[in-house]
Design a protein around this ligand. Sequence first.
Ligand SMILES: *Cc1c(COP(=O)(O)O)cnc(C)c1O
Length: 473
Amino acid sequence: MAQSDVDTGQRLRELPSVDEVLRSLANTPLAPLPHWALVAAIRAEIDDLRRDIKAGSPSPTIVEIDPLKRRVEQLMRPSLRPVINATGVVLHTNLGRAPLAESALKFATDLARGYCNLEYELDQRKRGSRHDHIRALLAELTGAEDAVVVNNNAAAVLIALAALAKDKEVIVSRGELIEIGGSFRIPDVMVSSGATLREVGTTNRTHRRDYEDAISDETGLLLKVHPSNYVLSGFTAEVAMAELVSLGKERGIPTMFDLGSGTLLDLGEYGLPREPTVSVVVQAGFDLVTFSGDKLLGGPQAGIIVGSRARVEQIRRHPLMRALRPDKLTLGALEGTLRLYRDQNMLKTVPTLSMLSAKEDDLRQLADEAVETLARRITEGWSVEVTAVESRPGGGSLPEATLPSAAISLSNTQLSLEAIEARLRASDPPIIGRIEEDRFILDLRTVGRSQLRALIDGVVASTAEGGSDEKAG
Ligand SMILES: *Cc1c(COP(=O)(O)O)cnc(C)c1O
C-alpha cells in the first residue's frame, strides 16, 4: 500500500461522527438552532470533508463552525422568499407578477385564517357555489352578463375551448398563434382541449374572407387572441372585433377573445399605450372574453372568463371546472382587488396601477434621496449615482411601452457588473437589479417609497462585505 493511501485511510478514520460534532457545539451560539438543521448540516459538512480527503486534498478532519453556520442558515431558509424587484419590470413573471394591494391581502387572509362562506348561502342556510361570490362584481365592472373564475388565464382558455369546441375546429388567424413565456402556446392548448386548430390568413394579414372561407359544419368557435408580447407592424391587416363578432352571429358560431392581460381601465389616460378595456371588448359582442387576474388587473393569479350567460354557464358546468376552480385565497384576493376598482382611488391602492402610472419626476426624487443616503453610508471603492432609465410593463402586457424612470447606478472599481449583480442577489432579502449596457442599475419604479428603506439597507449591507469576487469580466 502506498504511503498516501495509508494517510488517506488514517485521515478518514479521524473524521468525527455527527454526534461528536453535535456535542462539541453544546456551548456555542449554534446550540439553540433546530436539531434537524444542525444534523443535516453536520452530515453534509462531514460528507464534503470525506470527499475532499478521498480526492487527496490536505483538508482538515474537523468540522469548522463558520461553514457549518452558513449551511444551517441556508437549510433553515424557506424556498419561497420575498425579493426586492429593482428591475423596473412591473409585471415580472419570474418575480411573481402583480404584488397585491394591502386591502386585498387582508381580505384574503381574514377569510383563510378561519372558516368562510365559500360554498354556503348564509341567508338561506344551504349549500352555495364558490362561483357566485364575484359574478355580480365582475359583471358590474366589465358590462358582461356573467363571469366565472379559474386558476389562470391558460386554464380559462383551455376550459373555454373544451366546453365550446371539443371535436370541432377553432378558427384562428395565423398572426395570433402566439407563444407566451412559460410555454403557453395557443396550438398546444388547442390540442389539450380536444379542439382542432384551423389557421387562417398569413402571419401579417388576415381578412374577413379568410375566416368566411374556413367556416364549415366542423367550426365550433371563432377565436381572437391578443398577441400580448409582440406587435405586428408594417403591412398588416387584422379583422376588427366587430367584424368577427358579426360574422359569428351571421353563421351561428360563438366568438371568443383571449385578451391575455385584460385591463379594466383605459390606460391611455395615464400616458400608456391604449388597449381596449375588457368592457370595450365585451361591448363588441364576443360570447366570451378571457383575461388574467395578475397582469394589468393587479390581482392574484387567476383566469377570468366573462361573457354571455349561456356560454359562461356552459363553462361553469364543464367537468374540467372541478380541476381548474380557484381556492378561497384566490377568490378572496380577487374580490378584494376588484372592489378597489369601484372607487376613484385605484391608481393609489392597486400597486400594479400605481407603479405603471408613477411619474418620472417622483421616481427621480426617490432616486435622489436614495443616492444621497447611500453616498454617506456606502464603503470606499463603491460609487452611486442617479440615472435615467426606461422601465417596462412586462408580463406580456403592452410590449412596446417603455416608461421613463429613475434608477440608482451602482459601480465598484474592483468588481465586474456581474459580480455586483450577484452580490445584491445574494443579500437578504435578495435585491434583483439589471445590467444594462455598461451599468448595473436599480430601477425605482418597482421599488417605490414603501421599499426604499429596505433597498438602501440591503445595498449598504451587501456592499460592505469584503468579497473574493474580484473583477471577473
Ligand atoms: C398571459 C396570457 C395567457 C396566459 O395567462 P396566464 O394567466 O399566465 O395563465 C394566455 N393568453 C394570452 C393572450 C396571454 O397574454
